[in-house]
Design a protein around this ligand. Sequence first.
Ligand code: SAM
Length: 381
Amino acid sequence: MAIVARETVADPSWEIEIRAVDLNPAALEKAGRARYSAWALRETPIDIRSKWFRADGHDFVLDDAVRAAVKIEPANLAGDDPNLWQAAHYDVIFCRNVLMYFAPDQMRAAISRIAASLAPGGYLFLGHAETLRGISDDFHLCHTHDTFYYRRKKQLGSGCPQDIDIKSAVKTAELPAIALTTAWVDTIRQASERVAALVAAAKAVESPKQVRTNGWALKSALDLLRHERFGEALDCVRGGPPEAEDDPDVLLVKAMLLSHSGELAAAEDACRRLLQIDGLNAGAHYVLALCREHAGQRGRAMEHDRIAAHLDPGFAMPRLHCGLLARHAGDRAGARRELQQALVLLQREDVSRLLLFGGGFTRDALIGICQSAVAECEERS
Ligand SMILES: C[S@@+](CC[C@H](N)C(=O)[O-])C[C@H]1O[C@@H](n2cnc3c(N)ncnc32)[C@H](O)[C@@H]1O
């Protein structure tokens, strides 16, 4: 970082301070030595290595001036040290692969201290598998050059995002299995036809009185969905009381059902509204990916899939969708990587999430799609 700062900051009047902390004295001592193996510098361009490091035996030793630009000191990120956590003090914080070892409450507390000690608009970089989803509402997610990072909001303190409560609203029972014929391809074709017919039929009929007169509830919509009554489920979320309109769960179910029934502009509106309320909502990004694909923007669709997968690393559907899009684009290696991830995640994907996002397919049918696509990528490569 000190090298990058020297190489890239054009204005010499800038004063750049880098503070490096760790709990472990051995890690601090190693950092202080600033001695790196060739392997540790494998991603460092050769010209940078020659300019800023001196070879010493098998190792490379960092230039003293660069090393002196970094203040290395002991600190505990789980503690309340007022010197470390000065308000609005830092412009950028890099905290890679540390918080993932914290218990959820400890992680929330550390992130809230990080947020308060960042200047408004300051940046936070975490490890590639770490996400603030469900941890903090104090950051916007940013994405560029295949990298995710966070930007502190101007105002802090909207609290922790609500966890999506779809699980508790749906009985954890598997969808009734689709009558299996010879191959999963038939299963999928049948399911698609059935979903289309159900949506059309339900639109032609009035919604059940029971749903309207017994008071509106998200649970009713999800129960209807569970019984594959997609059109009625959509009527149900649409017919909710005004105060439910901005409920994140309602918006997500509505967005998914709208995309199901081909009302893509309305689905995107619901997603954008949802993202205004919960900027780290993985489901909203997945629905946006489906909508962008329908609009013929496969690149944008993959971007939303990647954001969804980053925000929720256990979410199988964006991986599957992104893998199929990569295969379509001829990127067989990328497709295989995503699809193999999807295969692992699908085995343990939550039943209610499969119900909401699985497009009417059973877990087995989705696994079949994945396996077949992986096999095809392997055959051709
Ligand atoms: C997996 S390493 C990651 C190191 C580095 N950020 C990277 O990505 O290569 C985790 C580091 O976090 C440090 N660590 C663990 N708990 C800590 C805490 N509560 N406060 C400060 N550092 C901590 C460990 O000593 C270790 O050096």
